[in-house]
Design a protein. Structure first.
Length: 135
């Protein structure tokens, strides 16, 4: 593969008195050209179903990890990673990058699905998970 792009799609649902969240993880690969003008792409799409309890656990564990990050004493420009296994299909890694002060300069969460990494703003994903739980 030469180039790859991807995105995550979150879809909440209610069915048979149960609430769940489906994560669609799409990765697109631009393949090597077999002939001039060949722009073939390979699409790899994975769907993961999370229960309401798993979504709540992500938020709960994020709060614990956040307190550990705030209690740490990082050096300038240090990046700290904390990991959490949500299910057999989903592993997440929280990243905090510190600047010259103790304030966090950027935060990301990485969703690892089928060995592929998807980077998402921690603020945005937590906001969406809370919205889903209150749905």
């Amino acid at each position: 593969t030469i180039d790859r792009t991807g995105y995550l799609e979150l879809t909440g649902y209610k069915y048979d008195n149960k609430k769940g969240l489906v994560i669609g993880a799409d990765k697109y690969y631009l393949l090597r050209q077999n002939f001039k003008g060949d722009y073939s792409k390979l699409a790899e799409i994975t769907y993961i179903n999370l229960s309401l309890a798993q979504c709540k656990a992500i938020i709960y564990n994020y709060e614990i990890i956040e307190s550990k990050i705030q209690a740490s004493n990082p050096i300038a420009n240090e990046e700290i990673y904390h990991d959490y296994t949500v299910s057999d299909d989903l592993f997440i890694s929280f990243k905090s990058k510190f600047g010259s002060s103790s304030q966090t300069s950027s935060r990301y969460i990485y969703f690892w699905i089928n060995g592929e990494k998807f980077q998402v703003s921690t603020y945005k994903i937590m906001k969406k998970l809370v919205k889903f739980i209150n749905y």
